[in-house]
Design a binder for this molecule. Structure first.
Ligand code: TNX
Length: 512
């Protein structure tokens, strides 16, 4: 096996806030290496030890207290909870953070500083290296070659919210697929996963008391072209939320209201404005369905659903959609939102809504999510001036369902083609007049699934654009540089291959 080259200290995505290499302080991983941690640091240290075991073949025990590689929680409320400091010296490695979440961020950096991704060894050692048939020999070879670059990384995010959305309504993805996707996105310090759970073509979350939602609209024949059946039971959803928490990913559930509700109305015709049953829809049209703002059953239904989702979700957010309600009059939209927005607060959550929601008076904690192409802002600047935080998701930069270029086999193109550079070379604080740095909660990259059929399709659209957008949300603005990102992305080809992650070999990158 060729000796893997040592990584440079700054060869990380997203780029850390501060990188100070010290070439005299490289750390060679020895066969007796261990990972030391106590208390809150223990769980993250266990994960690092497991990664190092895969990478080296050494036993890498996790011990309490002092060890060549140490993880420490040092409480400091003045720092971002995601702050971490990684010190690599000839004697060892110390990772410090004010919280376990910060340590987790630091471990993602650590993982990228290993010469090859540990998943390679985990996936199929024999295929990766014939010598691995003898694990001891393989470990000795590999370990002799693993040296971490010396120096200090001190890091914290620019924005607290770095998210991506996956549309489960137009095509459903299994809990296993979603867990795998969470594992991949967390490596880029994406810390929110927004689940678009309901739309015209499907309803993907079991709601007690309303069983037909999933029996009818989560069954066979649902999704775009009828090609994406399935739903999450309440238990599966809760398990997924708990799994995401182990990766420090917060689930943001979306129930899209008052439009995008044909699947709900198919299951319960009393939810249509005129009580007339609707037909099942598997096409990609938008804007034709609406709940009625003046039927009481609308609010009984919505409150049951939002209460159920809030109870299943420990995170602070509840996304209520609000987009493309073209069949709802402006008056009805206002009436509807004035009754539904307070329900989020009633069940202990902050409401997020697509930016159309900013046309109405919002509760103080509500967060508009901006998705348009053109600068017309739909009231978002007014909301920002009133003190609301905003999530930036401009479609022409962050929509992962847009084609990369005209040759992309999947995706849509209504917001144009979004190449990798285009997804990177913009800044959220410049996007909307009146919505500056201090109004931004963060950045999210949505992935609508009309044209997608599998996890491999999802990965193809997300990688490498999602890491680029993760860097937009995490790294200091002044440090960002497209040529630097291109070089760093190129190194991910063998890493993603080792992890079994599909990606688009964009010609914008000179892949390794
Ligand atoms: C617009 S952007 C939508 C979705 C579609 C998407 C396709 C937004 C909030 N809504 O209903 O799936 O375009 O790109």
């Amino acid at each position: 096996m060729r000796a893997p080259t040592m990584r440079q200290l700054g060869d990380v995505i997203p780029l850390p806030a501060s990188v100070r290499p010290d070439p005299s302080a490289d750390f060679r991983i020895a066969p007796d290496v261990s990972v030391g941690a106590v208390g809150e640091a223990a769980a993250v240290a266990d994960e690092l030890a497991a990664l190092l075991r895969h990478a080296t073949g050494f036993p890498v025990p996790r011990v309490g207290g002092t060890a060549p590689i140490r993880l420490l929680v040092e409480e400091d409320t003045a720092k971002s909870p995601e702050h971490y400091r990684l010190d690599i010296t000839a004697d060892g490695v110390t990772l410090r953070a004010p919280t376990a979440q910060g340590l987790f961020a630091g471990v993602q950096t650590f993982r990228q500083l290993l010469p090859t991704d540990p998943a390679a060894a985990a996936a199929d050692p024999a295929a990766a290296d014939p010598a691995a048939a003898d694990p001891a020999a393989a470990a000795a070879t590999a370990a002799a070659e693993i040296t971490l670059p010396g120096g200090r990384i001190e890091d914290e995010p620019r924005f607290p919210y770095r998210g991506t959305m996956i549309d489960l309504a137009r095509h459903f993805y299994s809990p296993d697929d979603l867990r795998s996707y969470i594992d991949t996105i967390a490596q880029f310090k994406i810390n929110h996963l927004h689940l678009h759970l309901t739309d015209d073509q499907g309803w993907r979350l079991e709601i007690a008391g309303w069983p037909l939602l999933t029996e009818i609209s989560g069954g066979e024949g649902t999704g775009v072209d009828g090609a994406g059946p399935g739903f999450l039971t309440a238990r599966e959803y809760a398990d997924l939320v708990a799994y995401a928490a182990t990766r420090f990913v917060t689930i943001v559930p979306e129930i899209d209201l008052p439009g995008h509700v044909n699947a709900a109305q198919l299951a319960y015709p009393e939810l249509t404005p005129d009580g007339v049953p609707v037909r099942q829809r598997t096409d990609g049209e938008v804007g034709y369905s609406t709940l009625s703002a003046d039927k009481e059953i609308t609010y009984t239904f919505v409150e049951d659903v939002l209460r159920t989702v809030a109870e299943l979700t420990p995170g602070p957010y509840l996304h209520i959609g609000g987009d493309e309600a073209f069949s709802t009059t402006a008056d009805d939209y206002r009436t509807f939102m004035s009754r539904v927005l307070p329900m989020a607060g009633k069940y202990g959550k902050r409401a997020i809504g697509w930016h159309e929601m900013a046309a109405v008076d919002l509760p103080a904690t509500a967060i508009p999510q901006y998705w348009r192409i053109e600068p017309a802002d739909g009231g978002v600047a007014r909301a920002a001036a009133a003190g609301h935080q905003v999530i930036m998701s401009p479609a022409d930069r962050t929509y992962l369902d847009m084609k990369y270029d005209e040759s992309t086999p999947l995706g849509l193109d209504w917001a144009g083609h979004v190449g990798v550079e285009r997804s990177y070379d913009w800044d959220p604080a410049d996007r909307l007049p009146g919505v500056a740095e201090e109004s931004l909660l963060g950045v999210e990259a949505p992935l609508w699934s009309e044209t997608l059929r599998s996890l491999a399709d999802v990965q193809f659209m997300a990688f490498p654009r999602l890491p680029a957008i993760a860097e937009v949300g995490w790294s200091p603005r002044a440090a960002r540089d497209w040529q630097s990102l291109r070089r760093r992305l190129a190194e991910f080809a063998p890493r993603w291959e080792a992890q079994g992650v599909n990606f688009h070999r964009s010609p914008e990158i000179d892949w390794v």
